[in-house]
Design a protein around this ligand. Structure first.
Ligand SMILES: [Zn+2]
Length: 160
């Protein structure tokens, strides 16, 4: 059994009331992977479960939670607060990495300055002059001196 392996490896200890506890609180990914591989060789778990555990062990999730889930034990918390990933979360490891420089620059690109900023004075042919309240990519909403609000396509509006 893998729990015996973990006990022999000093990673867990058995408690009569509460079951197994994480003993080696600084258990590293390599330790867990090694144990999972050992268990996999023994045929205690299927290959998919092993691969899943290796993936999570390397991903920055709580190591203890990953371990419990590998044994089909439900962890009622997300972080044990004791393993190295909980003490020092490598949050960056959980973020998807941009696949190319082009994508990275697209994400970093600031929003373009609106061509019709709110508050600017405009003129609408055959309607008159007004002030911009808001604008979208295609539409501009204008308030006119008679307090009427109307929305026009941008190409009908002239900035003053
Ligand atoms: Zn943890």
């Amino acid at each position: 059994m893998i729990l015996q392996l973990l006990e022999e490896g000093g990673i867990v200890r058995r408690d009569k009331q509460l079951g197994y506890h994480l003993e080696k609180k600084d258990a590293k990914t390599e330790d867990l992977v090694q144990l999972a591989e050992a268990a996999g060789r023994k045929g205690d778990h299927d290959r998919q479960a092993l691969e899943r555990m290796v993936f999570y062990a390397q991903s920055g999730f709580c190591r203890w939670k990953v371990l419990l889930e590998y044994f089909n034990e439900e962890a009622e918390w997300d972080h044990c607060g004791h393993c190295d990933n909980c003490m020092n979360p490598p949050e960056k490891a959980l973020l998807p990495l941009p696949t190319s420089d082009q994508e990275a620059s697209a994400v970093a690109k600031p929003a373009s300055t609106p061509s019709f900023p709110a508050g600017a004075m405009v003129k609408v042919p055959k309607v008159g002059k007004g002030q911009i309240l808001s604008s979208t990519d295609e539409m501009v909403t204008i308030i006119f001196p008679d307090s009427q609000k109307r929305t026009f396509l941008k190409n009908h509006v002239e900035l003053l």
